[in-house]
Design a protein around this ligand. Structure first.
Ligand SMILES: NC(=O)c1ccc[n+]([C@@H]2O[C@H](COP(=O)([O-])OP(=O)(O)OC[C@H]3O[C@@H](n4cnc5c(N)ncnc54)[C@H](OP(=O)(O)O)[C@@H]3O)[C@@H](O)[C@H]2O)c1
Length: 271
């Protein structure tokens, strides 16, 4: 993917490009992206790499991560592939440890891995409820727990949690998904609050995204949800790269600016 396709460059003020030293804006930054094997995570990993960051790619599908690594190699970036199930605490710890071991620090963590297994509650799909809690909420917490001591020691860092506009509303079948995303947005604010109280220069951002074209809905098993989808008038969704641009906007602010939350939705999305 070419720089212009991602569109992040338009967000950067010229002085932050560090043109004098001919450096990319995130050069020497070490980033981790969970759920980097597809969709928003893949686009974010590419955008961070194109901006100069070295990126650790974490997800379960190793082949797909390999494809992302190839794309990053292709634009002259550097990536580390770490097969990780974010719902397994030890695997997240190992993944963060490997990143620190390879590059010596962790500057940016994008907690993006997530599942949206929409279903009506009467179906009692408890396994799917638990999976959403395990991946969306616990996975995010495990990521925070693994990087926080490192960032505290560095006295710098930025944690970006990919939430959803479902953090403030429900739609058909979203009760548990919305609950997990509301939790992600609020825990981001809670962490930010505590770090600000102690003047610890670690930034926290949550991104509340509306509809994006990705694989996310493909895993829904409740067929009645698709019946509801069919009644929706079609709208133009955002692209994964649009959310990646929001992540870049947040991480490229000067150190004294913390973008706390970004609500970004398709122009045609009414609710
Ligand atoms: N698409 C939207 O409309 C939308 C809107 C708002 C927010 N979001 C959020 O954006 C994030 C990314 O979703 P997406 O839309 O890009 O969908 P996607 O293409 O399905 O990506 C989901 C990613 O999460 C990873 N993942 C799932 N379970 C995992 C696990 N146990 N361990 C590690 N990684 C896991 C997947 O990788 P593997 O399967 O390889 O593990 C994949 O890379 C999610 O948090 C989602 O809630 C999406």
């Amino acid at each position: 993917m070419k720089l212009d396709n991602i569109g992040w460059l338009s967000y950067i003020k010229p002085e932050r490009l560090n043109q004098e030293h001919n450096m990319k804006p995130l050069e020497n930054q070490i980033a981790i992206v969970t759920g980097a094997s597809s969709g928003i995570g893949e686009a974010t990993a590419l955008a961070l790499a194109e901006a100069g960051a070295k990126v650790a790619l974490a997800a379960r599908r190793k082949d797909r991560l390999g494809n992302v690594k190839k794309k990053i190699d292709g634009v002259g970036g550097e990536a580390l592939l770490v097969q990780t199930d974010v719902s397994a605490r030890e695997q997240v710890e190992v993944m963060v440890g490997q990143t620190k071991k390879k590059w010596g620090r962790v500057d940016i963590l994008v907690n993006n891995a997530g599942v949206m297994l929409l279903s009506f509650m009467e179906k009692l799909k408890l396994d799917e409820w638990e999976r959403m809690i395990d991946v969306n909420l616990k996975g995010t917490l495990y990521g925070i727990a693994a990087v926080l001591p490192i960032m505290r020691e560095q006295k710098s860092g930025h944690i970006v949690n990919i939430s959803s506009d479902a953090d403030r509303k429900v739609f058909h079948g979203s009760a548990v998904y919305s609950a997990t995303k509301a939790a992600v947005t609020l825990l981001s604010e809670g962490l930010r609050f505590e770090l600000a109280l102690e003047k610890m220069p670690i930034r926290v951002t949550s991104i509340s995204a509306g509809a994006v074209t990705t694989e996310l809905a493909k895993h829904i098993t409740d067929k009645d949800i698709f019946e509801v989808f069919r009644t929706h008038p079609p709208i133009e969704f955002m692209k994964a790269a649009d959310v990646a641009a929001a992540v870049l906007f947040a991480v490229m602010q000067p150190p004294h600016v913390d973008i706390n939350n970004i609500l970004v939705r398709p122009t045609e999305q009414a609710t």
